[in-house]
Structure formats: structure tokens, C-alpha cells
Design a binder for this molecule. Structure first.
Ligand code: PEP
Length: 251
């Protein structure tokens, strides 16, 4: 039985004060349910949020992670630095990183490996653009994104990682994949893993991301291969983020 997981991706939003207030509101409203919850905050706020979250069940994560161990990589933040901030999760290969900052399947695979080296759970983001969906190459794109990581890190590494399916056309657009569209790709991903390792596939948490909101979360999470969500906009308010978190229980 896979445990549901909901992760907030704050992106480049807020201030230290608003982020601190947000986690305090989440903590105040967070019920003890059979699901995990975490927030991926901007790097510069991790140190302070780590203090606020110490001893709580709200997890902390980063939005990216360096593809190298240490050294002359100006502007990068290493896995060991994130570990010092008690990050449990690191997003790798978010579509905004891939499209605006040149992350490639190869560099994403390297970031994924760096996270695992420090026992940080990489959240590997995959997904197709609208153009790719219209060309009918959704599964081919997903295959390439997954293969680069499987080849470098091995299929067994997915016992300690999470996959997030985020159709790029649904991120921040208000357009959600229908439950069936999302389920179709989640099922495809799980079957792909199952072809190589049934146990890994069965236990792998696959999150849906892309305009997931309180009004559609429950139906999405009820789909058999959707194990929770990676939430952008709706994670910036405690009420909507918690409503999505609570939706994991009715599925
Ligand atoms: C995201 O960026 O990971 C995301 C899912 O954003 P939104 O929920 O705003 O579409």
C-alpha cells in the first residue's frame, strides 16, 4: 500500500516572513492523517524554515540540487548543503528548470544521483509539452526522461525516490489533465517500471502536478496510480494546500 504524499513547490514566491507564516499556518491546521506533506522552499529560506519545522511532521525540500559534489560551480547548492538544512526532498528536472535554465535529461540524472548520495529523496519531474502531446509523442518523451535516470542510477534507486508527472501544458495554466488523462500516463509510468522490477513499480509513489487544486484533487487522487500531488500555486495558501492534503484520505 503506497502512502500518499503531497509536496508544495513555492517556486520564486514570497518573503521570509510570508514563508514562515505559511508553514506556521500549515502546522496549525495539519491533521494527523495517513499521508506525508512537505514544502519545497527557495534556497535562501531553508535555513530559517528548518528551525521552524524541527520536530514537526511537515517535511522540507529544495526546488533543485547541484549536479556536482562541490567545487567551482558558482550559484549552485550541493546535496550536502541541503542535507545540513535537513531537506528530505529535492525536486529534480522541474519543467521550468528544463525549459528556462537548460536542464537536460543527463544533468537531471546527475542531480538525482547527488540527492541520493545524501539520502535526500529526489522528486523526478517528467512531462510533455502541449506540442509534444499534440504530436502524439507523450510516452516517448516520458520514456526518454525516465531512461536517462534509470541508465545512470539504476532501477533499484527508485526504491528511494518519487516520480512526479507534470504535463507542462497544465502547470500554472489552470488547465488540469482530466483524471483519465493523468491516470493513463501514471499507469504507463508504473507499467514501465514493472517491466523491469515489479516490486519497485508497486511501491513507487507517482505524484500528479499541474493545476491541482482543492476542487479537483480528490478525483485525481482517487485514480489507482496517482499517489498524491506536486502542487504549485495552491501550495502558497495554507487553506488550499491543506485541503489538497486532506483529499488524499477520501480516495
Ligand atoms: C508545479 O510547478 O510543480 C505545479 C504543479 O504548478 P501549478 O500547481 O501551479 O500548476
Amino acid at each position: 500500500m503506497r502512502r500518499p504524499l503531497v509536496i508544495g513547490n513555492w517556486k520564486m514566491n514570497g518573503t521570509l516572513a510570508s514563508g514562515t507564516e505559511l508553514v506556521n499556518s500549515i502546522l496549525a491546521g495539519m491533521k494527523a492523517i495517513e499521508a506525508d506533506l512537505a514544502v519545497c522552499a527557495p534556497y535562501v529560506y531553508l535555513s530559517e524554515l528548518n528551525k521552524v519545522l524541527a520536530g514537526t511532521s511537515l517535511g522540507l525540500g529544495s526546488q533543485n540540487i547541484a549536479d556536482q559534489v562541490s567545487g567551482a560551480y558558482t550559484g549552485e547548492v550541493s546535496a550536502s548543503m541541503l542535507k545540513e538544512m535537513n531537506c528530505s526532498y529535492a525536486l529534480v528536472g522541474h519543467s521550468e528548470r528544463r525549459s528556462y535554465y537548460g536542464d537536460t535529461n543527463e544533468s537531471v540524472a546527475a542531480r538525482y544521483c547527488q540527492a541520493l548520495e545524501q539520502d535526500i529523496i529526489p522528486v523526478l519531474c517528467v512531462g510533455e509539452t502541449l506540442e509534444e502531446r499534440e504530436q502524439g509523442i507523450t510516452f516517448k518523451v516520458i520514456d526518454e526522461q525516465l531512461d536517462a535516470v534509470i541508465e545512470k542510477a539504476g532501477i533499484e534507486s527508485f526504491a528511494k525516490s518519487v516520480v512526479a508527472y507534470e504535463p507542462v501544458w497544465a502547470i500554472g495554466t489552470g488547465k488540469t489533465a482530466t483524471d483519465d488523462q493523468a491516470q493513463e500516463v501514471h499507469q504507463y509510468i508504473r507499467q514501465r517500471f514493472a517491466a523491469q522490477n515489479a516490486e519497485i513499480a508497486e511501491n513507487l509513489q507517482i505524484l500528479y502536478g499541474g493545476s491541482c487544486k482543492p476542487n479537483n484533487a480528490q478525483a485525481l487522487f482517487a485514480m489507482p496510480d496517482i499517489d498524491g500531488g506536486l502542487i504549485g500555486g495552491a501550495s502558497l495558501e495554507a487553506e488550499s494546500f491543506l485541503a489538497i492534503y486532506n483529499s488524499t484520505q477520501s480516495s
